[in-house]
Design a binder for this molecule. Sequence first.
Ligand SMILES: [Zn+2]
Length: 275
Amino acid sequence: MARISSRVVRFIQQELKQNGHRPGASDGRLGPKTEQALHKALRPRNEELPAAWDGWPRTRLCTGYVQLRCRDEGVNPGAIDGFWGTQTDYAVNVIRERIVNERIAPSFRDADELDPLREHRWPRQVQADVVKRFGAVGKHQVMLDLPYTHRLAWDRAQRIQRYSCHEQVHDSLLRILTRVYEHYGEDGIEHLGLDLFGGCFNQRRKKGGTTWSMHAWGVAVDYDPANNRFRWGWERAGFARPEYDAWWQIWEDEGWTSLGRARNFDWMHIQAPHL
Ligand SMILES: [Zn+2]
């Protein structure tokens, strides 16, 4: 059976807690407390489980529980059999995304009330809207003087004090990075790789497509690509970890969109335009 990553276990522990059980600390480890909570959570659902489920090992209990949660949420996890297959993997990603988004939603609503123009701050990423707002690709670029020194992601010895971006996102980026610096400090930034620059302005097409990338206008920026590879989901991507919550809050307060947070791929990529 596939091994369940500690991040999936942590998510399941949080789910248990949300649903009134006591799995102990959400530490991503399948210990006896979590096992006990799984038994308690599954017992009333005996009818929905295969015979002798209560003799399952921990990982299988854990999988069985999250499969039931997926079904509760109306997402088909395949058979409720305690085995982690591709269908279960897909379903868990879907419900986790939904649950995380709901948790974020209230602060968005508050922000909307404070700033009714928030939704209109950036255009949708439809090419016509982006052109209308930002002009032709590659134009209107300015240099952003960084509030803290960056390192080039693929050559960390190379220090960067400024990078090119669109003039209309310049002030917003400056506010964001200033807040990041104030929140995390130099040590936190280096420790978390918030200074690992993966590129902003780059006049290129989208991966495998014919339309322009948001990078072609300098309205998207990549951070720490090595730990946030294009195809990685939240189980692997560094930026999906809880210590980055403030980092994301700061970007989202300015209306920027993380592809990782919104679509669960390309966690390195953050852009001003909405999806
Ligand atoms: Zn990107």
